[in-house]
Ligand binder design. Structure first.
Ligand code: UD1
Ligand code: CA
Length: 454
């Protein structure tokens, strides 16, 4: 049987107190709604329909690859699902209905919900969870024989119903035809004046159809994000889920609560992640590399056996055995080749540092191609910007650049060159030459005595 999914993401999320729509807020660098889209895909749902509304322009790009449908007015979850009717016209199978603000849901759990509905031959299977503090959730009301009866929202609950701890997670699997038939019958005569999707379940049951409530193994999975505090709680739960999986695969973390790894990051065995590490985007870390403490790597590919200490790297490449930091900043297009070094207070942008070459202290290297075995003395920089344009610098193999040198680009330094410390180099230097460009030193004997205060 085919499975479709509808993801509800039209709400504003007033309690977030944000100019950003709620589902655009991020957990481990991924917007809330994208976690849900991924889970739906992972469960084999196709097509996926996203209901957008508040901040639709911001949310649409986040749900790329799904069919985005706008809900013109936020009239409740039932009304939101109704917006998907047209695009799912003719679809016959299981429909998952998911909340875009519940990032912790797993693909496996959704697949099991679909299986449960099909196995039980039910019109609907709803994922329920036991909450020690159920306030705010819809409650699962059961008959005296324990069968599902209906869902009652917090606002409409009697005192006895409010005491029920089994709650509606907001995740459902419906028979597509029966869902839209029953939705027509939902009214808005309730405390919120909204069209509740949850009423569909009671309607189906009254029509003599089967509705089952399947209990979630891990209530964490159904955690919804309505406020910043809940966003922090969801982040923490996801952080622990990711880190536990990494540790199981052979990654060392002495303090996993101080390590944040995004969902698309790949970390090899025997990597050590020290406190204060954030690995985001499409970052990859090779075997035996040590990252941290206090390092943020985004879209950066690191080889094996590297040492990355107090480093910020964005869009960089660090090959096997290279090292950087403490306090290095590798910007887009920085490439440290095998065994290269970017040391303390060093910034590198759009430059290749050849194999074994070293930029150990206090340097800025931009738009530069550097060969192998080069040494850049402390405080040396490439002057790549003339105020209007960026210019390139090339440095050949085994060249030694003395401390505090300015290489004024465009400029080309050959291989086996020695540049005297304190030089301002504006002309190309051929292979094997010595280049010195600084004022000559004068030494005046006895000067101090002559000028001594009488
Ligand atoms: C809903 C359920 C409640 C359940 C809880 C679980 C209903 C009536 N209640 O309550 O039983 O325990 O989820 O988290 O469904 N949305 C729209 N358009 C609308 C209204 C909502 O797209 O017109 C979206 C929201 O953006 C959100 C989702 O639907 O992603 C759920 O809406 P929300 O208002 O958060 O429902 P809850 O009050 O949490
Ligand atoms: Ca909610």
């Amino acid at each position: 049987m085919r499975t479709a999914a509808i993801i509800l993401s039209a709400g504003e999320g007033t309690r977030m107190k944000s100019k950003k729509p709620k589902v655009a807020h991020e957990v481990l660098g991924l917007p809330l709604v994208q976690w849900v889209v991924r889970a739906a895909r992972g469960a084999g749902a196709d097509p996926i329909v996203s209901i957008v509304g508040h901040g639709a322009d911001v949310v649409r790009p986040l749900v790329e690859g799904t069919i985005a449908v706008e809900q013109p007015q936020r009239r409740g979850t039932g009304d939101a699902v109704m917006c998907a009717r047209e695009v799912l016209e003719g679809f016959d199978g299981s429909v998952l209905v998911l909340s875009g603000d519940c990032p912790l849901i797993r693909a496996q759990t959704l697949a099991e919900l679909v299986q449960a509905r099909e196995r039980e031959d039910a019109a609907c299977a709803v994922l329920s969870m036991h909450m020690p503090d159920p306030f705010g959730y819809g409650r699962i009301v059961r008959t005296s024989t324990g069968e599902f009866e209906r869902i009652v929202e917090q606002k409409d609950a009697s005192e006895a119903q409010a005491a029920i701890c089994e709650c509606n997670s907001g995740f459902y699997c419906f028979d597509s035809r029966l869902l839209f038939e029953a939705l027509h019958k939902v009214g808005c005569d309730n405390a919120a004046g909204e069209y509740y999707l949850t009423d569909v379940l009671g309607i189906l049951r009254e029509a003599g159809l089967r509705v089952v409530a399947v209990q979630a193994g891990e209530p964490d999975e159904c955690m919804g994000v309505n406020s910043r505090v809940q966003l922090a709680q969801a982040s923490r739960a996801m952080q622990m889920r990711v880190n536990t999986a990494l540790m199981a695969e052979g990654v060392t973390m002495m303090a996993p609560e101080q390590v944040w790894v995004g969902p698309d990051v790949r970390v090899a065995r025997d990597v050590e992640l020290l406190p204060g590490v954030m690995l985001m985007g499409a970052t990859e870390i090779g075997e035996d590399t040590v990252v941290g403490p206090n390092s943020r790597l985004t879209d950066t590919v690191v080889g094996s056996g590297c040492t990355i200490d107090e480093t910020v790297a964005v869009g960089a490449r660090i090959d096997d055995g290279a090292c950087c930091g403490p306090r290095a900043y590798l910007r887009t297009g920085a490439h440290l080749m095998e065994g290269a070094k970017a040391g303390t207070h060093v910034e590198i942008k759009k430059s290749t540092i050849g194999p074994g070459s070293k930029v150990p202290h206090l340097s800025y290297i931009g738009d530069t191609t550097m060969g192998a075995g080069v040494n850049i003395g402390a405080g040396s920089i490439t002057c790549n910007y003339d105020g209007a344009h960026k210019h390139a610098t090339t440095i050949g193999d085994d060249t030694f650049v003395g401390s505090d040198t300015m290489l004024v680009a465009p400029v080309s330094i050959g291989s086996n060159v020695v540049v005297g410390a304190g030089s301002v180099i504006t002309k190309d230097v051929p292979d094997g030459a010595l280049a010195v460009a600084r004022a000559r030193e004068r030494v005046i004997d006895g000067w101090a005595a002559k000028h001594a205060k009488k």
